[in-house]
Design a protein around this ligand. Structure first.
Ligand code: GLC
Length: 423
């Protein structure tokens, strides 16, 4: 175990550029939003100052309207597509124009609770709290204009699960006419058979071009987008962060933020019921444009376990993970292996991801489903012992796929091992 932690900490150092950490050199040479927040949890075991800095750097690039971008292009690197010139968001330090799962609220609460340096933690939490709250307010104002309690993603990249089967049907409505010619760089770093397809990339870029033509005005993007999906995983992460932010705000005496955040969480959790499927025994995505659930049993519905959902729902999700364990060698596949579109090696259409395991296992543990939570944690550590610190893994064979020496995989290993040491 000690060697694993040591190897993991070396990867964190290797990918550390001082004030932020790249997910992996080559394939992802900038700062990514939810990668950084989860990475900070691993960094905190060695250096709390550095961990707070990771999230501070991310939030320093928050937009004036409250949005926290999914990529910060701190320096030039032509090894990645689409780069700053494609996004053209007009920022001094360029950023993308879309967001990513809002895990920052959870991360700062966890750093605060576990801090050895209490004074630093109080200072940092106090500085970051209003920023994270502004991001949450941005979500409800701009991504839930009808006030349903749940927010929509407008681009698959926002979900963090880029090419999930969940988006296939909604993507049929996204055209490709007018997409400017481009050269992908991801397929030069990783096996093209394990990456999203060219047809998907053209639609990703079509959406970027649409939003750019609207000058990235977030008051217009939601209604203009042909792609509006309510993802239970994405909402589950946001709602958990709202609840954690409420508790953190209480601890800091910020009563107004506490009350508003708790109200956001409570309303959203009640609205999550509309995403529940008895047939699949899990939550599903909703296609907001069609006002219909998407019949796709992906891990998005299981990540919802991270949120403070009702106990009977958490129990049902734990049962679902147990059922999955009989179908794969390593938990948790990103798509149901029995489903027609399951693909064991293609990115988010089947492979297991350690960050996802962490979120599901953390939520289940919190809900008292400790056996299944531990099973996920053990399976995760076994997988890394066998296959090293990859981006993601074939859940049947454990084969490492995608990028190598991957930051958040390393951070999650440190977290899983620390938790098991703590009993
Ligand atoms: C891919 C993943 C996304 C992640 C990014 C950087 O786009 O799908 O979740 O944030 O890579 O690791």
């Amino acid at each position: 175990m000690q060697t694993l932690v040591q190897n993991a900490s070396e990867i964190l150092k290797e990918n550390d550029l001082g004030t932020y950490t790249v997910p992996t050199h080559g394939l992802y040479p900038f700062q990514w939003n939810w990668d950084s927040c989860l990475t900070a949890l691993g960094q905190a075991h060695f250096n709390e100052v550095r961990a707070w800095r990771e999230i501070e750097t991310l939030l320093a690039h928050q937009w004036e309207d409250g949005m926290v971008p999914h990529i910060i292009f701190h320096k030039e690197d032509d090894g990645y597509f689409p780069g700053p010139e494609v996004w053209a968001t007009g920022r001094d330090v360029p950023t993308s124009g879309i967001t990513q799962p809002a895990v920052a609220g959870f991360a700062i609460k966890r750093l605060f609770d576990r801090a050895k340096d209490k004074e630093l933690a109080a200072d940092m939490a106090r500085a970051l709290l209003p920023k994270v709250f502004a991001w949450h307010e941005w979500f409800f104002a701009n991504r839930d204009p009808q006030g349903t309690g749940l927010v929509a993603i407008l681009h698959p990249w926002e979900s963090g699960r880029d090419n999930s089967v969940d988006w296939d049907d909604a993507f049929e409505r996204v055209p490709t006419t007018g997409v400017l010619p481009f050269t992908r760089r991801d397929t030069q770093h990783a096996n093209p058979d394990h990456r999203p397809t060219q047809a998907q990339y053209e639609r990703y870029i079509w959406l970027v071009q649409l939003f750019r033509s609207l000058n990235w005005d977030n008051s217009k993007l939601h209604d203009a987008s042909p792609f509006q999906v309510v993802d239970p995983g994405f909402n589950g992460i946001l709602l958990r962060s709202c609840m954690d932010l409420a508790d953190l705000a209480d601890a800091l005496g910020e009563i107004e933020i506490a009350e508003k955040s708790r109200a956001q969480a409570t309303r959203g959790i009640a609205a999550m019921e509309s995403l529940w499927s008895d047939t699949h025994g899990q939550y599903l995505c909703q296609d907001r444009r069609q006002n219909a659930l998407i019949d796709s049993p992906s891990v998005g519905g299981l990540i919802a376990a991270f949120a403070p959902i009702p106990a009977h729902r958490a129990k049902a999700l734990a049962d679902r993970v147990t059922a999955m364990a009989n179908k794969v060698s390593y938990l948790v596949p990103s798509h149901d292996p029995d489903a027609a579109d399951y693909d064991a090696k293609r990115y988010w259409r089947g492979p297991a991801w350690l960050i996802v395991n962490y979120l599901i296992s953390d939520g289940l543990k919190r809900a008292g489903q400790t056996d299944v939570a531990r099973r996920i944690a053990n399976s995760s550590v076994e997988l890394i012992e066998k296959s090293g610190f990859a981006e993601y893994y074939d859940p049947m064979t454990g084969e490492p796929c995608g990028g190598t020496r991957f930051t958040w995989t390393a951070a999650m290993v440190i977290e899983f091992i620390a938790q098991s040491d703590a009993g």
